[in-house]
Structure formats: C-alpha cells, structure tokens
Design a protein around this ligand. Structure first.
Ligand code: PMV
Length: 324
C-alpha cells in the first residue's frame, strides 16, 4: 500500500445528560443515552499516516511519544480500520491539544473523534457519520458525541450498529457558553474507563438509569425551546445523580474538591438572583457553568472571584469532527 494520510480536528464535548456505565465494557455500549454540546475553541488535531515502511503503530501527543495503554487504545481503533480496508500497514499518529489534558475536560472525546475521522479518511473507507461515531465510541464512549456537530444525542442502542450519536440541533440553534472553572489542573485518579466498570456496584445506579429517559426528554425540550432555566435545572440534577452513583460505588469515587462545591453553591445563588446559569461536572473537580452567551462575561467575572478558581476557560457551541 502507498503511504496514505489524513488529518482531522475535533472539539471536546460537555455532557448535559451524562453517560456513566456500560452494557458492554468492551464495545463501550452505554446503559443510558446521553446529550452533549460540542465545545468550540478547544481543539484536538490528529494526523494519521499509514506507511508500509514502519514496523508498528506509533503515537505522539503534544510532541511526546506515548506507549503502553494509551498506544494500545489507539492501535485498537486503527486495527478496526485496517480490517475494514483489508490492509496491514501500521500508522504514525500525531495528536495535539490546545487545552489541558486530564483536567476534567474530556480530552479523550476530542482525541478519539479526530482519530476516527482521520483514520477513515486515510484508509479511503466510504463510511457515513454514524459509522465514524461508532468507531470513535470504541476508543472512548463520549467521543461518539464529538463526531456530529452542535447539540448531540448518543442513542443508547443495544448493539454496535445502533449505538451512535447524532446532531439534534446545530450549533447556531442556541448561543450557549460553557465557562469552565478550573479548580484543579492535576490528573484525575480514577479514569472514566475504570469508573464505568464500577457504576453497577452502586445501589443508586439502577434508579439513575431508570429515570434517564425522563431527564433526556427534559433536556431535549429545554434545548428545543431555548429554555435556560429548564436546562440549568436538568443538567444540575443529572450531574448530581451521576456523582451520587460515583460516591456510592465500591470503591467510592469522589471527584469533587471543596472549591467544586463552592462554585456549585455560587451558581445556584446567582440563579436565585436572576443570573441564569447551571453547573455540570464530569469525572473531575472542575465545574462547567452553562449559560447564554449574553451572560457569559458576567459569569466569567463572578467565577474568577470565587476563592479557589484558578482560571476560567471559555467555550461556545461548536461543530463536529472535520478534515483539515
Ligand atoms: O467517554 P468516557 O469513557 O471518558 O466517559 C465520559 C464520562 C463523563 O464525562 C463523566 C460523562 C459524559 O457523558 O461525558
């Protein structure tokens, strides 16, 4: 095979309704559907070069060579592509992020969405968006949601074929902002892959999953109607429920820091005073504060004044994975 290559760019996404726990850990088929918004301005660019002359896959992230588990995870995505294309060449993968890795901003979502998009293109596979979303899902579940653009729903599905994500509203539909209050830039102790496996050990997981269709509906309706108060209420409820599951699994997972709780309390207070914003927190200590663009400058200023907030990253609704 002649050397063939492609580069793709993808954004991370912030889940409004969270994915936590798998039906199939291996295929990353979730136990519940989820909804997210892509985060414009934060980007991963990944280049994939298939080349007969190399004797194994290689991976570099921000210029540093990565081996072990990180490389294996990338190789497993390349391998699915190789099998589909009927080739055996290894690939060089180079990825760069313009945002901090492992700080509660899902860098793996942007990384695997960009990897899937670039791999499919480099191999010339005639795959549509759902197929690329499914490939991204194999690397990191939430990456399935960074393939389509704007506001996205990942359908739970019951098989590899039916578990993919799709746009439910384009980015232009609603000028929302995600103001990320960084309270800790350190690596999370328990990554989400291990975390998903622990979800069924919580006695609260069954109740969380059973109630998810209701929360998904509330969230879809809030997005459709551009209803910020309804969105704020449902994202906070959903984030609180997921963290309740995390805190009650065995072993228990506590991602919040005292500063996380301070931001949560502040956001609720601001809402009572009329500044419409809502918080949501992934598997980390940082707090994503969602509001309309018109309130973003005010939210950012207030967040900077909450003790313990180191910096505030700003983002808006972004597009899907694309070739660059
Ligand atoms: O895609 P993963 O395996 O990194 O899991 C993501 C889990 C959460 O960020 C906590 C929730 C979500 O839906 O993004």
């Amino acid at each position: 095979m002649k050397p063939s290559s492609a580069s793709a760019q993808a954004n991370p996404n912030i889940a409004f309704i969270k994915y936590w726990g798998n039906q199939s850990q291996e295929l990353r088929i979730p136990v519940n559907g989820s909804i997210s918004m892509n985060m414009a301005g934060l980007e991963t660019v990944t280049s994939v070069i298939f080349d007969d002359a190399i004797s194994g896959d290689t991976l570099s992230i921000n210029g540093k060579m990565v081996e072990g588990k990180g490389l294996e995870r990338v190789s497993s995505i390349l391998e699915i592509g190789r099998r589909a294309a009927g080739i055996h060449s290894y690939a060089q993968v180079m990825s760069t992020n313009n945002f901090p890795t492992g700080a509660g901003i899902a860098s793996s979502a942007a990384a695997f969405a960009a990897l899937a998009k670039a791999t499919v293109s480099a191999l010339g596979l005639p795959w549509d968006e759902p197929a690329i979303s499914r490939l991204a899902r194999m690397g990191s579940g939430s990456a399935s949601r960074s393939v389509p653009g704007g506001f996205v729903e990942w359908y739970v599905g019951e098989s590899d074929e039916s578990s993919y994500a799709e746009t439910i509203a384009p980015a232009e539909h609603w000028a929302l902002a995600d103001c990320v209050a960084i309270v800790s830039a350190s690596h999370k102790k328990t990554g989400s892959t291990e975390g998903h496996a622990l979800a069924p050990t919580s006695p609260l997981q069954g109740a969380r999953v059973a109630d998810t269709p209701r929360r998904l509906e509330l969230c879809r309706n809030a997005i459709r109607a551009r209803d910020m108060r309804a969105l704020a209420e449902v994202i906070e409820l959903d984030s609180n429920i997921m963290h309740a599951v995390m805190m009650t699994s065995s072993p228990a997972l506590f991602y919040w820091q005292p500063e996380t709780l301070a931001v949560m309390a502040a956001v609720r207070e601001w809402r009572e005073d009329g500044l419409l914003a809502g918080y949501t927190i992934d598997a980390g200590a940082n707090v994503h504060v969602i509001c309309e663009q018109t309130s973003a400058a005010e939210v950012q200023t207030r967040l900077r004044n909450v003790p313990g907030v180191q910096r505030v990253l700003m983002s808006s609704a972004g597009g899907g994975a694309k070739l660059v």
